[in-house]
Design a protein. Structure first.
Length: 129
């Protein structure tokens, strides 16, 4: 074999590689309180997607997994998403819209009025002989 051919075999090919697209914008905060951001990094079944699929850096992936696990423990995200959970999760997501504040609090106070107190019994009392 010629020396020039043998050198060509061991050279690394100059491939162009794609720079990973930023899936998380600089203004987005990775936090367990942000379920819309966390859902982007979960599969349809509720599993955390891998770093290669997410195109995240190592630090971002660690922060995402910690935030998802915290949200699961605090029950703002389900552990497993099936058909029943999916419907409940979507309803929960819609119901977490912000309210105007004071007006809704005043309306809620009008609905709940104080009721007449009732005495509670402790159950059956047995006589000792």
């Amino acid at each position: 074999m010629n020396k020039s051919k043998s050198k060509l075999l061991f050279r690394k090919s100059k491939r162009s590689f794609r720079k990973p697209l930023p899936r998380i914008q600089p203004w987005e905060i990775i936090d367990y309180k942000n379920p819309t951001l966390l859902c982007r990094f979960m599969s349809d079944q509720g599993k955390i997607l891998s770093r290669r699929v997410n195109r995240l850096t190592l630090k971002q992936q660690r922060l995402i997994t910690i935030a998802i696990k915290q949200a699961r423990i605090l029950s703002s995200l389900p552990f497993v998403i099936n058909d029943r959970n999916k419907k409940l999760f979507e309803e929960k997501r819609e119901s977490t819209t912000r309210t105007t504040g004071l007006k809704t609090v005043l309306n809620n106070k009008k609905q709940f009025q104080k009721r007449k107190s009732t005495t509670r019994t402790t159950g059956l009392k047995t006589k000792k002989k």
